[in-house]
Design a protein around this ligand. Sequence first.
Ligand SMILES: Nc1ncnc2c1ncn2[C@@H]1O[C@H](COP(=O)(O)OP(=O)(O)OP(=O)(O)O)[C@@H](O)[C@H]1O
Length: 701
Amino acid sequence: MYKRQSDTKMTQTGSTEFNKTTTAAAAAATCCSSDVLLNNFQLKKKSYRVLLHGQRLVWERMQRQSKEKQSRQNEPQKRPLPEDSVYEQQLAGDGTCSYGPHSHILHLDDIISVCSGDTKHESRQPPSNQNMHHGDGDMKPTAQFLTVNYAERLSKSKSDCNRWQLRRITFYNADAYIVRQWHLQLQARLKSSPVGGQRVQRLLVFINPFGGRKAGTQTYERLVRPLFQLAGIDVTCITTQRANQIRDILLTHDLSCYDAVCCVGGDGTVAEVINGLVFRRMRELGLDEQRPAYIPRPSLPVAVIPAGSTDTIVYSMHGTADVRTAAIHVLLGQRRGLDVCSVSNKRTLLRFCASVLSYGYLGDVAAESEQYRWMGTRRYEYSGIKAFINNRGYDAELQLLEEPTEPETPQSPVSVHADSASVCYANCQRCSIASSLQEQRPALFATDIERREERQLHPDQHEQLHPQQESQINLPVGVSVMSNCELQLNTSETALLRPRPIRPVNLPLQPGGSYGSNLNLPGDLQWKIIRGNFFMICGANITCACARSPNGISRYSHLGDGCLDLILVRKTSLLNNVRFLLNTAGRAGDIRNLPFVEVYRTRKFIFRTLTAVTTEENLSIAGSRSPIAQSGNDTVSSEFSSWNCDGEVVTDLDITMSSHCQLIDVFMRGPHSYSKPQKAGVSAPTTPASSSDNVYCCCKD
Ligand SMILES: Nc1ncnc2c1ncn2[C@@H]1O[C@H](COP(=O)(O)OP(=O)(O)OP(=O)(O)O)[C@@H](O)[C@H]1O
C-alpha cells in the first residue's frame, strides 16, 4: 500500500486540473479516460516536470523565477508556462493534444523497458539482474532512480532516415514511493497498450552461421542479445548445422511455448522460416501439401535479424539493413502483415517466396554464385559480370491478369490507386485497407479465384467443394463480402478485392515473338499473354531494396497489398542492359521509364518457356518436387535459365507465382520517408512516426 502520495497528482481527465483549458467532454473525447500522473523529477541534476498522460510520457525543464523574469524581458516568446499548467493540454481545433513548446514527448509504443534502482547504475541493469526488493509488495521501497529505455528513429538525411537507436533517460526523485508508483504505472500502461500486448516474451531464435560473411553468431551475440536481455525476453537459441534444418525443426517440433520465431541470417534463412511455418500450418490443418485447397496463415509472427549477403527482405521492411534497427523492431512488438507468394509448377506447390522470383539474369547469378560462396559477397559481383556477358536472352511466355488502376475519385484518393507509383511506407493506406479486409473476410476467400481457375484448368483433378464454398466462389467478390459481413466497401476497397475472371483453358496463342496480346473478357479485366525474348523476368513481392539498390528493383511494390509486380526486361543491346542495371542501382532512376522494360501489377502470373508451349509434354525439364528446392543448377541447356527464389535456385520451367495477402506477420512498421527536422524551439515528438501518430498516409510518391 502506498503510505504517501506527496507531490503526486493523480487526476482523471476532465478534472479541475485540466478544466482550465478544456471542457471535460472535449478532453474525454480527445484523451480517452486515462489517468494522469504528474511529478517533479531530476534529470542530470536539473529539475524537470514529468507527466504521464495516456500513452505519452512528457518532460520539460523547470525554470527558476529569476531566469523566468529575465527571459520574459529579453524574449517574450519564450515565456515559461505558469505553475501547474506547464503540461496542461491545449485542445487544438482538430482534436489533438499539444504540450508545452519545449516538451519532450515519448510515446509508450516506443518504450522498450522501464527499470528502477537504488543507484543510477542499478536502474540501468536489465530487469533479470535487478534486485526486486524496491518495487514489490508492501516492503518499503528504496529505489530513487527510474530508467526508461526507449527507441528513437534517426532522421539524418534522405538516405539515412530509417535507423533506430536505443536511448535511455534516468529520472531521480528522493521519494522512493513516487518512483515506485511511476514504475508500476509505466509497466501497467505498457502492458495494457495495444502494441504492448503484442510484445514478445518467449522467442525461438535460429542463427545461420553460414550466410553472408559467416558472422551470424557474432552479430547476434554482440548486437542483438544485449537488446533482448534489456527487454527481458526469454530466448531459446539454435545455431543451424545444415541447410533446411530450420524448416525441419519448424515442421516437427512443439512451438506452443513461443510467441514468435526469429532468424538471424539472409533472405534464404528468412525463406526457410516462412516455408517451415506455412507448411507446418498446412500439416496441422490436414491440407494436401502438394495441391493445398488454400494457403493458411501461420499463427506465429516472424522476426528477422539481417546477417546475410544482401538482406533484401529486411531492407524492404525497415528501409535499412541495420542490425540494431531490426532488433529494436522485435522489442517494440509492432507487427504488419507481409505478402508471401507461392511458387508452383503444373503438378505441385514447390515453395513460398518472400522477396523475388527471378528468371534470366538474376537466376543465372544465383545458380552461378553458389559455386563461389567462398568469395563472400564478392561472389555476386563476379557471377554478375559473368552472367551479364553470357546472357543471350531467354524465350518465354507469360500469362497474367493485370490489376486495374482507377481514376482519382473522392472515395479513392490517388494514393490508393491510380498509383502503380505509390511507395509503401509506415502506416501505408493501401496495405491497411488490404489488412482490414483480410481480417473481415472468410478464410476461403483468399483462394476462391485460384480454385476457380484451377478447376477450369484441371477439372478432373479438383475435389468437390462444399456448397457454402461454392456459393462464395460464384458470387462476385465485392458482393460476397458485403452480403456475408455486412461491409460497406468504398471504391478503394472494392478495387483491391475486384473479382477476376477465369483464365481460359485453351488460350489462342499468337505467333511467337509477339510483344503481347489481350484476350477480351467481360468487364475491364483481361488476361494478358506476353511472349518474347527476355534479359530477365522478375516477380517481385516486395521492393527488394538493399544497400546496393536502395530503391530496389521494384520500387513501388507494397509490403502487404496482396499484389506482386511482374517486371519484364526485354533482351535488346548490351548497352541497354547496362542502363537497366544502373537504373536499379541508383536512387534517382526508375526502370519504368526504360522503353524495353514493362511492369505489370498482378496477383498471379504463369510462366512457360516457348519450348514448353510447343511441347506440352516437356513442361518440367528439371522439376523440384520438395517444398524447398535444393540448390544447384540442373538445367544443362543454355537455352534455359534457372529461377532465383529468395536467393535459392529453383530449376522448374513451368512456374506459377501467386501472391497471398499478408500471409505472415512480421515485426516492422515499414520504412519512413524523410522529413526535415523541425526548427529549434518548435516542439516535436521524439519519435515522429510512432505507430499511434497514425495521422497521415505515407503512400507518397
Ligand atoms: N549451418 C549451415 N551450413 C550450411 N548452410 C546453411 C547452414 N544454415 C543455413 N544454411 C543455408 O545457407 C543458405 C544461405 O543463407 P542466407 O540466404 O541466409 O545467406 P546469404 O545467401 O549469404 O544471404 P542473402 O540471401 O541475403 O544474399 C540458406 O539456403 C540456408 O538454408
